[in-house]
Design a protein. Structure first.
Length: 229
C-alpha cells in the first residue's frame, strides 16, 4: 500500500500525525488543536470557493438544477449560494464548539469565536494551522489546475464535494466536545487523526465522490454546449 501513496497522501499523513505528536509528546493543549479542527472546515470552504472561482473564470456559466428544472446561470451565483449554505453548516459547528468550551469553564460565544479566535491559539496552534492550509491548498489545487480539470469541472459538483467531509467533521466535533468535557483530549486527538487518515488516504473518499459525479459532469457540459449552439 505504501508504494502507491502520492506526495499529497504523504503530506496528509504528516499533517494529521503532527498534532498527535504535539499533544502526546510535547504537551500541546488538546482544546487548542480541537479549535484547529473546527477552523479546518473554514479552510476547506475557502479552497472550494477558490476552485469555483477558477472554473468560473474559464466557463463563465453552468447548469443550475432546482426541483427538476434546469437553468444556465453565471458561476458567481454558485459561489454565492455555497457561501450562504456552507456558512450555515459552519455556524452550527462553531455553536457546538463554543458551547463545549463554555461548559468546560471557558466562556465563548459564536461571535467571540468568529471574531476573536486568534486569541485562543498559541505558537503551536498557528504552526498546525499553517500546515493544514498548505496541505489542503496543495491537495485541492495542484491536481485541479495541472490536470486541466478546472476547464471542464461542473460548478455544482465542486460545490457539493466538501459536504461529506463536513458531515463527518460535524459528527466528530460533537463527539469530541463531549470527550473534551471529561478531559479525554489526548485520546480524542489520537483517534481523530487515524480516522482522518483512513478516510483521506486509504478510503480516498474524495476520489470516490469525484468518480460518482463524473457522469453528471459530462452530462452538464453537454447541456451547456447544446444550449450555446
Amino acid at each position: 500500500m505504501w508504494k502507491n501513496l502520492s506526495a499529497a497522501d504523504l503530506f496528509a499523513i504528516a499533517a494529521n500525525l503532527l498534532p498527535v505528536y504535539g499533544v502526546w509528546a510535547l504537551g500541546w493543549n488538546p482544546r487548542e488543536i480541537f479549535l484547529i479542527y473546527c477552523l479546518e472546515s473554514l479552510i476547506i470552504g475557502f479552497f472550494t470557493l477558490v476552485k469555483m472561482g477558477i472554473t468560473t473564470s474559464v466557463k463563465k456559466k453552468d447548469v443550475w438544477e432546482n426541483n427538476g428544472s434546469k437553468t444556465i446561470v453565471h458561476g458567481t451565483f454558485f459561489m454565492f449560494f455555497f457561501l450562504i449554505h456552507y456558512g450555515f453548516f459552519m455556524i452550527i459547528q462553531i455553536f457546538i464548539f463554543s458551547k463545549s468550551m463554555s461548559l468546560s469553564g471557558k466562556e465563548m460565544s459564536v461571535w467571540d469565536f468568529l471574531f476573536h479566535w486568534p486569541q485562543y491559539l498559541g505558537t503551536e496552534g498557528y504552526v498546525v494551522l499553517g500546515i493544514f492550509i498548505l496541505a489542503y491548498g496543495y491537495k485541492n489545487l495542484s491536481g485541479f489546475i495541472l490536470s486541466g480539470e478546472y476547464k471542464t469541472a461542473v460548478l455544482s459538483s465542486i460545490m457539493f464535494e466538501p459536504y461529506i467531509r463536513v458531515f463527518i467533521q460535524q459528527i466528530t466535533v460533537i463527539l469530541g466536545s463531549f470527550v473534551l468535557l471529561f478531559n479525554g483530549g489526548k485520546v480524542f486527538i489520537l483517534l481523530f487523526a487515524f480516522i482522518r487518515i483512513y478516510f483521506e488516504v486509504i478510503l480516498k473518499y474524495d476520489v470516490r465522490i469525484k468518480e460518482a459525479l463524473k457522469a453528471k459532469s459530462n452530462e452538464s457540459n453537454k447541456k451547456i454546449a447544446d444550449a450555446e449552439n
